[in-house]
Design a protein around this ligand. Structure first.
Ligand code: GUN
Length: 280
């Protein structure tokens, strides 16, 4: 079998076009504030892409770049200021933050109604208990890719490789909420290939180039690759795409799969917050 491509780039483009239309009819502009602490190069790239995409669809955005040595209190002070700012509907704290800052404390300080990433403990609790008010953008994008492609989730064996708070855990919760049978694998999992080979839907978010090989994938599986690894200057996924595509039924490319969807879902969440705050 040769897999069909799940074209995240095209699906995300359609979503952005819809948002642009919706925003152009709004009385005010939705506003997003992105906070970045320190010098993580990948974070700087992600935030740059997020801001450019906001410009493209007419969402107002601000970037708050804080130096590495910023104290926790200074960060909390900025968050409190943005919580009270009427121009700002959505607040995003780019992760990771430097070690001297307690990320849970910082994320909890974001006003619940402005928590565009759904990373606050309250929104995580809601997600796990089946109430998906504000869900993290990458997991939301993964589910949307499956839905847009017409892939049924209910009753499927879904295996998520990676247990991060940003992707692995919330993706597992969203799949479970849709009645998949979910297994979460991680760095201490024994016989990883034996488990991934059971997957009807395989989601890989590990950060290790080409770690999922053809022998680890079931014939006809749907493979979602969240990896973004730099291999000699080339953006490379966690899945050995060239070989795995010969076995899967559907597969996301890297780039052009999950990445553009994450940004599209951020815009969608920003507009959702705007509508909740401004229209009520
Ligand atoms: N770091 C890596 N991915 C993300 C994301 O989607 N949102 C935030 N805030 N930080 C991240």
């Amino acid at each position: 079998m040769t897999a069909k491509l799940i074209d995240g780039k095209e699906i995300a483009k359609k979503i952005r076009e819809g948002i642009k239309k919706e925003v152009s009819a709004m009385a005010k502009k939705p506003g997003l504030a992105a906070i970045i602490v320190g010098e993580n190069p990948a974070s700087k790239i992600y935030v740059g892409i997020k801001r450019r995409t906001c410009d493209e669809v007419g969402i107002y955005s601000e970037e708050h770049k804080l130096p590495e040595k910023t104290s926790e209190e200074e960060l909390l002070e900025l968050i409190r200021k943005l919580n009270a700012d009427d121009k700002i509907h959505a607040i995003l704290l780019q992760l990771p933050v430097p070690n001297h800052i307690n990320s849970e404390k910082a994320l909890s300080a974001i006003a619940l109604e402005k928590d565009v990433d759904g990373f606050s403990p309250v929104n995580i609790g809601r997600l796990v208990s089946g109430n998906e008010s504000f869900v993290p953008c990458t997991p939301k994008g993964i589910i949307r890719l499956l839905e847009e492609t017409g892939i049924e989730i209910e009753g499927k064996n879904a295996v998520v490789v990676g247990r991060s708070n940003i992707v692995g855990k919330p993706t597992a919760s969203m799949l479970l909420n849709r009645n998949a049978t979910v297994t979460v694998c991680h760095s201490r999992t024994k016989n990883l290939g034996k488990i991934t080979k059971q997957a009807d839907i395989l989601v890989v978010a590990v950060g290790k180039a080409n770690m999922i090989t053809k022998d680890m994938v079931k014939e006809g599986a749907v493979v979602i690759d969240v990896g973004m690894n730099d291999v000699d200057g080339k953006l490379t996924g966690d899945v050995d795409f060239e070989n795995v595509k010969e076995k899967a039924s559907w597969i996301t490319p890297v780039p052009g799969g999950v990445g553009p969807m994450t940004v599209a879902m951020l815009l969608e969440n920003t507009v959702k917050i705007y509508n909740e705050i401004e229209i009520k």
